[in-house]
Design a protein around this ligand. Sequence first.
Ligand code: SF4
Length: 301
Amino acid sequence: MPFKWSLNPYRGCVHACHYCYAREMHTYLGLDAEGDFERQIFIKGNIASVLDRELSRPGWRGESVAIGTATDAYQPAEKRFRLTRACIETLGRHGNPFSVVTKSSLIVRDLDLLLAARERADIRIYFTVTTVDPELAERIEPGAFPPAIRLRALDTLASAGITCGVMMAPVMPGINDSQASIDAVARSAADAGASSFWAGPLRLAPPVRNHFYGFLQQEFPELLTWYLKHLDGQHLPRLDQELIAHRAERARSRFGLDESTRRGTPEPAPSPVLQLQQLSFPLSDDPAPIELPLRYDPLSA
Ligand code: SF4
């Protein structure tokens, strides 16, 4: 993990990406990594006040906090509960650096706070884009916004002066690992104003493996045997990992996206006491994408 501290206002995610490693975490709660992960969403109702307390500790060294590492902090629940917004406001008030990873355009709602936070600390926003093909995206990430919506949101933030990057993860052999697929995402990232691009290979924790194989059987039956034969524990074969890294490097230099998004050494995250509230969301609860201007002009807002 390229971060030391992480923060996830929700547990579970209606974006329902079939490859999601966070699915495993629902099994810690006695729930399953499939439908329960996608519909039983836990709300950390007091997260902003816990965060405020943690950031106020005399020993806190102001290190960067990664938001949305095991959930999408801008999934539909955020529209109602505004927990991510409260956390960003808190981090900004403390002048603490942070990053956000998301597949949602809802983050544009918080541009005012992002701009204010940027005045006091280094902030970075990463959009996950695994493909620019909307039909493929619909098959592998059925509850998330289409890639074009994510890239428009990136364009809006980048145009306002926020540092943005694209993470193409996971890259899955036979699905989105060709040089053409990786180039297409990198090119779209550069066009939208991203300043960094990173691509990472699939990792399948045991509880996620069954779900992913079920997905392959349904959507890519011709690939199932390859995955069953070649997956080395949780990981792709080393050769495939190196190939993905090589193709990503080539795409980065082709499209001028040289800044690496990997930094720092992983250490255990803090474990503040949070009050969890469990709610049920039907998959159909997804909101319509919010309307975005093609380019955001902070002066005319
Ligand atoms: S958006 Fe992120 S957290 Fe949500 S299901 Fe997809 S990969 Fe998992």
